[in-house]
Design a binder for this molecule. Structure first.
Ligand code: ARG
Length: 586
């Protein structure tokens, strides 16, 4: 199904054509003066220039043709040449009922589906999963769902940080503490020897300790670099230990991501790209892109139009170890080979933008992908605390994701205890969903690239733009439908428009396709958050103005029930696109 402005543009374009003007002038947009009209077309201004006529005259000619159309109840020309359009209620109803029947519930489908690799999440193993990675997971999950809803094929890849210095640090510290472990022996035999099982709680303690120590102890830092190098060069005991670190970390991550409703098709990491590094070096060598600099190999990626100096990409350090850019470039080779994607998009912290510009330029220079392949960096801002600085726990540490989920679940539970609708047995499940909805919506409502303040009190409010308010609105609709004995998922025709608040709801539902398209084009879930909120507000007004259950007129009651059932489906659809799970009651 097309977005409504698209459908209306076709109708108005035809009118322009009939009046003897270029049809491309008939673009219709949502009105920015809802008090005057629902839609508008400003094509008469461009027509006036092209055809040397007054815009008012052109608009009037077009309006005359449109007046005969059953689509509009009002076609008005406002000086100096605006075309103000208001839909006829019967057309509004017809279109909304078509949305209700549409398998995509009004989401326009792309004509040419693309194959997109979406890189998000990006946690580092051996380090506790902390809230710095929360935004990537939340935003990436939503963008994935939006792309898929439009008909694109998306493969999501978590791209674990599993091959860098942090592993060398953990190995070094474990070796200091347990020098007798077999894995540290140079004659470790993977076929015969085993590795000690590790707990994530232990890793969570070891990594920060080792990282801090390496900053004050140069010798220790050197050992960690050596261990990283040995690991990357396949020392058997280190590989075996690394596999155990990976296993323990990933098990823990999976359970946390699951609680957040975030999933990945691929659990690849930097290590999976390692086998493509020789190929990468060969390609860069063949293309004469490698420059030696102080023992390291670099690629110049500066371009004449650069306004600021563009540092070269280091692809091999002087100690021959790979670094972040190396694994990202090698991963591009791997993705090209496995998926031949049309697009590779990365949802990563804004602070890494330069790294990605360098990587994209290097990949294009080396033809690692065909020229038409699109790279995009979907950067996001920082999650700040009330002090405007990156969010920290009370004691100044970085909050672990696990603790964050526990905190929001407890916060939601406190709120729900006042509710008589929730059985004690359901508390925990509902509380977790409400808590997760609160943080996800609190994040996604912000423009992606902007910093925002993480404020749980605000996120938990039952009023305003919050996930809590949206979940609550859905539960209110659920209870009306249940009281009326109607199935939650019922699809029935809406037959009349009795009041303004209904018209408003219908129009918001109708605009859903346009909002979706905006979110898709700009890769911006915040439009969906805003729209869901606006729809919930309109519902509240409608609910406040009308007594649905007690309505004596059966036809009216039935039409209203059909309308709120559709509102519910559209709200649930929005939440689904945001990666938020509704609750049945709360
Ligand atoms: N692990 C990285 C970090 O914590 C993020 C990875 C982002 N994705 C990528 N392909 N580099 O900073």
């Amino acid at each position: 199904m097309k977005a409504i402005t698209q459908t209306l543009s076709e109708i108005v374009s035809q009118a322009f054509e009939i009046a003897g003007y270029d049809p491309s002038l008939g673009t219709v947009t949502a009105s920015d003066r809802l008090d005057l009209c629902q839609f508008q077309c400003n094509g008469a201004f461009a027509a006036a220039k092209l055809y040397h006529k007054a815009p008012f005259v052109v608009a009037q000619q077009v309006a005359e043709i449109l007046q005969n159309d059953h689509v509009f109840s009002r076609v008005e020309v406002a000086k100096p040449g605006f075309l103000n359009l208001t839909l006829d209620d019967s057309y509004l109803l017809k279109q909304t009922n078509t949305i209700a029947q549409d398998p995509h519930l009004g989401i326009p489908q792309v004509e040419e589906p693309a194959m997109i690799v979406l890189d998000y999440g990006g946690p580092n193993i051996a380090k506790p999963l902390h809230i710095g990675h929360l935004r990537s997971a939340i935003i990436g999950e939503s963008i994935k769902r939006i792309l898929r809803a439009a008909g694109h094929t998306v493969t999501s890849d978590i791209h674990l940080g599993d091959w860098g210095l942090q592993i060398g640090l953990v190995i070094t510290e474990l070796q200091e503490r347990y020098p007798n472990w077999r894995c540290f022996s140079p004659d470790f035999d993977p076929a015969a020897d085993t590795v000690e099982p590790l707990e994530t709680s232990m890793l969570n303690e070891v990594y920060p300790f080792a990282s801090a120590k390496s900053k004050t102890d140069a010798n220790y830092a050197k050992k960690a670099h050596q261990a990283t190098y040995d690991l990357q060069n396949g020392r058997p005991g280190y590989i075996a230990l690394w596999q155990e670190i990976l296993r323990a970390s990933v098990t823990d991550m999976k359970s946390n991501y699951e609680k957040l409703g975030v999933t990945f098709d691929l659990w690849y990491g930097e290590s999976n790209a390692d086998r493509y590094v020789p190929q990468l070096m060969e390609i860069l060598g063949e293309k004469n892109l490698l420059i030696e600099s102080e023992g390291a190999l670099i690629v110049d990626v500066a371009e004449p139009e650069d306004k600021a100096p563009m540092p070269p990409v280091i692809v091999r350090k002087s100690d021959h170890s790979s670094i972040y850019a190396t694994t990202d470039l090698a991963t591009i080779i791997q993705r090209e080979k496995d998926f031949h994607p049309d697009k590779i998009w990365y949802v990563v912290d804004n602070r890494q933008e330069l790294h990605f510009i360098q990587v994209f330029r290097c990949a294009k220079k080396a033809n690692l992908v065909p020229p038409q392949t699109e790279f995009a960096f979907l950067g996001f801002g920082t999650m700040n605390g009330a002090d405007g600085k990156p969010y920290k726990t009370r004691d100044g540490g970085i909050m672990k994701l696990e603790d964050m989920i526990a905190t929001v679940t407890a916060g939601a539970q406190e709120k729900l205890e006042a509710s008589s609708f929730v059985d004690a047995a359901d508390y925990e499940d509902i509380a977790r969903k409400v808590g997760v909805a609160a943080i996800k919506f609190g994040d996604l409502i912000n423009q992606r690239a902007k910093d925002y303040i993480f404020d749980l009190n605000k996120f938990f409010s039952f009023e305003g733009k919050t996930g809590t308010y949206l979940l609550y609105t859905i539960t209110r609709i659920n209870s009306i439908l249940k009281k009326a004995g109607v199935a939650l998922e019922q699809i029935a025709p809406i037959t009349h428009v009795y009041t303004d608040s209904e018209r408003d709801l219908l129009l918001k539902i109708l605009m859903g396709g346009d909002v979706f398209q905006k979110a898709l084009t700009e890769k911006a879930p915040n439009y969906l958050c805003e729209n869901a909120y606006q729809l919930a507000i309109s519902f509240s007004k409608f609910y406040h103005d009308n007594r649905i259950i007690d309505e004596p007129d059966p036809e009216k009651k039935q039409s209203w029930l059909a309308l709120i059932a559709l509102v519910r489906r559209v709200l649930c659809q929005h939440l689904d696109l945001l990666g938020i799970e509704p609750v049945e009651h709360m």
